[in-house]
Design a protein around this ligand. Sequence first.
Ligand code: BES
Ligand code: MN
Ligand code: ZN
Length: 510
Amino acid sequence: MARALTSDFAPIGLPAKGVLIVFCNPDLKFGPATVRLLRPTLDLIRRAAAADRFAGKSGSALDIVAPAGLKVSRLIVLGVGKPEDAKTEAKTDTKTNAKPRDFVRLGGVAMGRVPGRESEVAIVAETGSGPMTPDEAADLALGAMLRAYAFERYKTKTKEGEERAKSVALTVGTARPADARKAWRTRQPVADGVVIARDLVNEPPNVLSPVEFARRASALRKAGVGIEILDERAMKRLGMHALLGVGQGSERESRIVIMRWNGGRRSQPPIAFIGKGVCFDAGGISIKPAAGMEDMKGDMAGAACVVGLMHALAGRKAKVNAVGAIGLVENMPDGNAQRPGDIVTSMSGQTVEIINTDAEGRLVLADVLWHVAKKFKPRAMIDLATLTGAIIVALGQEYAGLFANDDELAARLSAAGETTGEKVWRMPLAPEYDKLIDSKFADMKNTGGRYGGAITAAQFLQRFVGKTPWAHLDIAGTGMGSPSTDINRSWGSGFGVRLLDRLVADNYEA
Ligand code: BES
Ligand code: MN
Ligand code: ZN
């Protein structure tokens, strides 16, 4: 579980304790409200800046402990560079200001300067160029919240000097607190959704079984999300033997959870999100090597994202009908496990020859995609999966792989990626790749050979979506084992929650 994080907005004023963070442009250029606020200590700041050669360059900071004239324990002056820097960094060609992701990032940078033991943080939402808009102030808070996240549930000891606050309360100072609070109302559920996703990904696999995952997803009921859980009996009745075959080597039962948020017009078909939820991927009989196998607790990052996203959509009362569906299994070797050479019949009726039991994610998704397409006839269907090591070889950990049978959907996802900073890069689908998964004995096989592994995996999924506009995000590189960024220090990044929330907000709301 993450430590408790709260965020509020208040008129700009001097806090009585904790850490105070202000922004400045080069040459110690503060905004007018900041100048007024810091008056008792401006001289001290000037001397400290001169002594430290602090010029207000982007990302640089002046850290003053127990500043005379203020009551706070620490004053941090954070440089934001020249006003136009933000724009060039965002690579925006419009005349508008910086993108939301820049303020989110700035909030992360600010929170990153706060020592872990501090539980109260105040940030003034103003730069040398003037006050931030309510949206910008709320984005700032979002970034700070995401940066403050830490998964510490299983830490019972702290090393000396590394004490950490159990909770962090952030106050953003702004001239328009009421408007900023309103802007925050659409962001808080998104921040919480990211936290939900990160917690799920970080949780160990002994604790987070498919049944336990389903139980935690059911908590969305409180937010007004309809929950339906399919157990193995229900899946058998539906003929989901591709998914069931993966789970059959585990002592733990498989589950599918279907989440529904109906915030749109009754007649509007839903947009559907499908997540791979392999709670632990040992590889099955085609067992993985020992080194790094512990990371395969994160093989449910797609499912975690869908849960976090549904929380976000419901929490901000998105005017959209949305379905979330997650396939929860554990892929284990066992006397009863599925074998290479087995042929299973998927819910669609198509048969699959199992070549490698470690290519299990596509088998799980095949039945969930088919079920969702048939049952809900969605206007679009997007799946997220830590599907292949090959996508990490291709794109590293910066971009998720994007595959789509629909150019408009792909373009919308790319745009949402640019706005949020959760970036996606489109990869090809083509009949020549599809051929590679034809099987001698069945309709298809579950691997396509050494080359283009992320693509043949996507081709496999495409055989289960029919004509539904569909996109697949391979998040093996971005959803887990994530490199540290300004807004994420967590192993599980929660990748996809902000991306898809933005996709919905920009394209699918009434
Ligand atoms: N869950 C893995 C993919 C993965 C690898 C995710 C590394 C995150 C980090 C997936 O189930 C898998 O094992 N894929 C195989 C497919 C192969 C057997 C065709 C892979 O990528 O090696
Ligand atoms: Mn696998
Ligand atoms: Zn897997």
